[in-house]
Write a protein that binds this ligand. Structure first.
Ligand code: ATP
Ligand code: PAF
Ligand code: BAL
Length: 284
């Protein structure tokens, strides 16, 4: 496995593979890898000859400097895990390598509407940072296929729209959320939880399942369902942040024509802002 830190070395490797007719898969990450990331790697491996995993804590997508500063950086352990998974290249550039002139004045890619609603409203500028860096990674790695987690539901929708709108010839694979046995979605930010908070954390998934059961039973008063859910979360020790029930295809409000709903959950637990989501088929 090669660990590549510069753009020229990455380009050299990609050119070599392209000449050999290799099918390339990309798994973009911010590192501090867990079994959710490993699932993306396994899915990538099944779909390509060679796998590139990028590890880059992208400053452009952080709206809070404290969040960026404390984000866990564990390249050594991450590389060992990826080596065992037979990854071909780890691309781990510095911010200077990706943004040599800084982020001010950097050309950006912005997906309209999707980037400013929901998580985009809670984290201003976040999705501009995501679409810009993913676009840059697509141009550098030239993958045939790229894998993203469904855990970041809106991010996956945003990437799919960017790929469609910009004509990238890349197959985007959405990978179902990997969970701990107690239901908590794996996430690097779970590391911020104390052991007491870790015991409370699966409550987010439990409350989400209760919302799903109500929707499946035909309840449609989303405001009331979400008010009850927020109260349940707060009683468990969370601070409910943004709870939404949306059309899973448009991410807009449910309409009588909606076929599938998505429940989008964001709640604070101590210093961690946890997110999760679940899709529900609407039968009536
Ligand atoms: N539990 C999971 N199951 C499946 N995919 C996941 C999971 N967690 C993260 N991913 C996916 O891994 C990719 C890289 O995500 P990232 O490195 O930000 O990890 P993360 O655990 O989501 O970290 P964070 O705490 O920043 O949200 C994204 O496509 C993300 O959706
Ligand atoms: C896709 C991504 C690697 C872009 O920085 C990031 O948003 C993430 O880890 O989900
Ligand atoms: N997985 C989402 C990346 C972020 O929270 O910035």
């Amino acid at each position: 496995m090669l660990i590549v830190e510069t753009l020229p070395l990455l380009r050299q490797q990609i050119r070599r593979w392209r000449k050999e007719g290799k099918r390339i898969a990309l798994v973009p990450t911010m590192g501090n890898l867990h079994d959710g990331h490993m699932k993306l790697v396994d899915e990538a491996r099944e779909r390509a000859d060679v796998v590139v995993v990028s590890i880059f804590v992208n400053p452009m997508q952080f709206d809070r400097p404290d969040d960026l500063a404390r984000y866990p950086r564990t390249l050594q352990q991450d590389s060992e895990k990826l080596n065992k998974r037979r990854v071909d290249v780890v691309f781990a550039p510095t911010p200077q390598e990706v943004y040599p002139k800084g982020m001010e004045g950097q050309t950006f890619v912005e997906v309209p509407e999707l980037s400013t609603i929901l998580e985009g409203a809670s984290r201003p500028g976040h999705f501009r940072g995501v679409s810009t860096v993913v676009s840059k990674l697509f141009n550098l790695v030239q993958p045939d296929v790229a894998c993203f987690g469904e855990k970041d539901f809106q991010q996956l929708a945003l990437i799919r729209k960017m790929v469609a709108d910009m004509g990238y010839d890349i197959d985007i694979v959405g990978v179902p959320t990997v969970r701990a046995k107690d239901g908590l979605a794996l996430s690097s930010r779970n590391g911020y939880l104390t052991s007491g908070q870790r015991k409370i954390a699966p409550g987010l998934h439990q409350v989400m399942k209760e919302i799903a059961a109500k929707l499946s039973a035909g309840e449609r008063d989303c405001e009331e369902i979400l008010a009850i859910a927020a109260q349940a979360l707060n009683e468990k020790g969370f601070r409910a942040d943004d709870l939404q029930i949306r059309d899973a295809d448009s991410l807009l409000a449910l309409t009588p024509e909606s076929q599938r709903a998505v429940i989008l959950m964001a709640a604070w637990l101590g210093e961690a802002r946890l997110i999760d989501n679940m899709q529900v088929t609407l039968t009536e």
